[in-house]
Design a binder for this molecule. Structure first.
Ligand code: NAD
Length: 370
């Protein structure tokens, strides 16, 4: 039987509550479908600080490095606002991204038909939307040197951030985007600012070369990132996969995400390079939302972003495409039937809690799986 090593890092706030719903799916799939998930547990964020005085312990870091995939809940909260900077909760997530070398961040923006009316855009603009933003996560202006504020000595200061990309960084993120496009609608739009930035000129050149060398079967468009931002809110359905750098990706993925409604609905995945021997990639899956301290412990958090992150894990780390499809379909069907948590509640519908939403999606998943 295949063994699938999965590390669960639930974290803080609503993290453990939403992760609890994923556990039920794992237990069911192991029992009824011999899925072979082998679970490890660890601490990250505030809970790790309380337990080990670190935002993630060496032992848990080693488990993350050895796992086939990591499922991450959320970290942070007011309780840890005054802990030292290098052991703050977010440092655990940054360390995971850095040491697992997770250079590709994937954020799908899918608009479930039942929630189209909740978008700030017109229903016909977002209904049926299904796009994927692929953001470069470990390079660019967030990491480039120099990064400093200098006192100029005349009452003025100068702040410098450096946008820097090497060819290999652009090649590998473009490769991820083209490969993902092949599993979807086969179209990539690359976004940069080649009109004003040298890094944009190189980005455009390398994406074009990568396409020519290996991916000519995929349709490729280039768009300036500012125009891309406009097009995302004008007619987002024109896009399939968007590939862009760290800074533009940060902003454009937030815009795309909010086209679809609540933060409680949005999954994400981050990938490293493929292993030379096995071909499998290090991967971490997490909801886009944080630890939601305002509702933590009340049993009302929406578990769908966490469940949809697990669906991405099934699809991308374990190639369990049918199961991923059915889980995503189960979520859509349950929403179609009007089942809602508080964050997506509509008039006249009594919202359900975290556990009831999880149970309802699981029951639907079981019936779809037969
Ligand atoms: P947040 O995403 O935690 O919450 C923003 C708002 O959305 C809150 O009103 C919250 O109740 C609501 N919300 C979020 N997820 C929800 C869900 N699943 N169901 C229902 N409602 C949901 O962002 P914030 O309030 O800015 O940050 C809170 C803490 O989380 C901070 O400590 C922040 O640093 C941390 N944070 C962590 C991550 C992460 O772990 N990846 C991401 C963002 C923020």
């Amino acid at each position: 039987m295949t063994t699938r090593k999965l590390l669960l890092l639930s974290g803080d706030g609503i993290g453990p509550e939403t992760m609890g719903e994923v556990r039920k799916f794992i237990a069911y799939m192991n029992e009824a479908h011999s899925a072979g998930f082998e679970l490890e547990e660890g601490h990250v964020g505030g809970v790790a600080y309380d337990t080990h005085g670190q935002s993630i312990s060496e032992t848990d870091m080693a488990k993350a490095m050895a796992a086939d995939a990591v499922l991450f809940g959320a970290v942070g909260g007011p309780k840890w606002d005054s802990v030292p900077y290098d052991v703050r909760p977010e440092a655990g997530l940054l360390r995971l991204r850095k040491e697992m070398e997770l250079f590709a961040n994937l954020r799908p923006a899918i608009c479930y038909p039942a929630l189209a009316s909740a978008s700030s855009l017109r229903q016909d603009v977002v209904e049926g939307l299904d796009i994927l933003i692929v953001r470069e996560l470990t390079g660019g202006v967030y990491f480039g040197d120099p990064k400093e504020i200098t006192d100029l000595g005349n009452g003025q200061k100068r702040a410098v951030d450096t946008q820097v990309y090497d060819t290999y960084e652009i090649e590998r993120i473009a490769g991820v985007a083209f490969e993902l496009a092949r599993t979807r609608s086969n179209k990539v739009t690359s976004m940069e600012k080649r009109n004003v930035m040298k890094s944009g000129v190189l980005w455009n050149e390398v994406v074009t070369q990568t396409h020519k060398a290996n991916y000519q079967d995929v349709e490729l468009d280039h768009m300036l990132a500012d125009a891309g931002g406009m097009q995302l809110v004008r007619w987002p359905k024109q896009f399939d996969v968007i590939v862009t750098d760290n800074l533009f990706g940060d902003m454009l993925s937030d815009v795309a995400a909010m086209l679809t409604g609540s933060l409680g609905m949005l999954p994400s995945a981050s990938f490293g390079a493929p292993d030379e021997k096995t071909g499998s990639r290090k991967a971490l899956y997490e909801p886009v939302h944080g630890s939601a301290p305002d509702i933590a412990g009340q049993g009302i958090a929406n578990p769908i972003a966490m469940l949809a992150s697990f669906a991405m894990c099934l699809r991308y780390s374990f190639n369990m495409v049918a199961e991923a499809d059915q889980l995503e379909k189960a979520i859509a069907n349950v929403l179609d039937r009007g089942v809602r948590t508080t964050d997506i509640a509509s008039d006249g519908i009594k919202p359900v809690g975290t556990v009831e939403m999880g149970d309802t999606v699981l029951a639907e998943f079981k019936s779809l799986m037969g």
